[in-house]
Design a protein around this ligand. Sequence first.
Ligand code: SF4
Ligand code: SF4
Length: 189
Amino acid sequence: MTKEPIVPELRDNAFRDFMMKTPAGEKITTCMQCGICAGSCPVSHEMDYNPRQLVRMLQLGLKHEVLGSNTIWICTTCFSCSVRCPRGIRPTELMETLKPLAIAEGVKNKNAKFDNVFSDVIKKTGRASEFLLISKYSLIDPGMIKQATFGFSLFLKGKLPLSIDEMEETGELKSIFELGEKKEEKVKK
Ligand code: SF4
Ligand code: SF4
């Protein structure tokens, strides 16, 4: 992602105010840019902006840059940043708040594809089947072919079972997904 210089025209105060009213964003003004979140993040090297930068961008109301960054999709929700932040800011929850907003705004990000496939697998089986996940993801990301040898070595070591485990009762899970989809529709309107 090209990082443009921040100019006043890029700032969207309505977006910043909206985020500050969300449960995840209520403390973002207290961020002191200490960087503990970024230092704790196991995947910050893959991100367009690390969690510290993302919080600063939210303070500035840089809506387009925040919603367009891969950061919110790369986050593994490991919670290291949220647990360690000395100001009680919760970057993990911020990421989860920003994802539906990015979808609602129609922002396309190639890193969202994995999230979609993951949700799809969970929705159908109630379990995170690695085999199903990799198979489905390979269909939409041809780059996965490069990982074939690695996948095969995992299979040989018994770390990639082909059996697909399914939840016996998926009624509650379906309700959760339906609720999420309804909320997503509402945000889009
Ligand atoms: S750890 Fe908390 S206070 Fe420090 S930079 Fe990250 S969000 Fe800001
Ligand atoms: S929750 Fe996300 S942003 Fe925070 S440390 Fe983990 S991967 Fe990084």
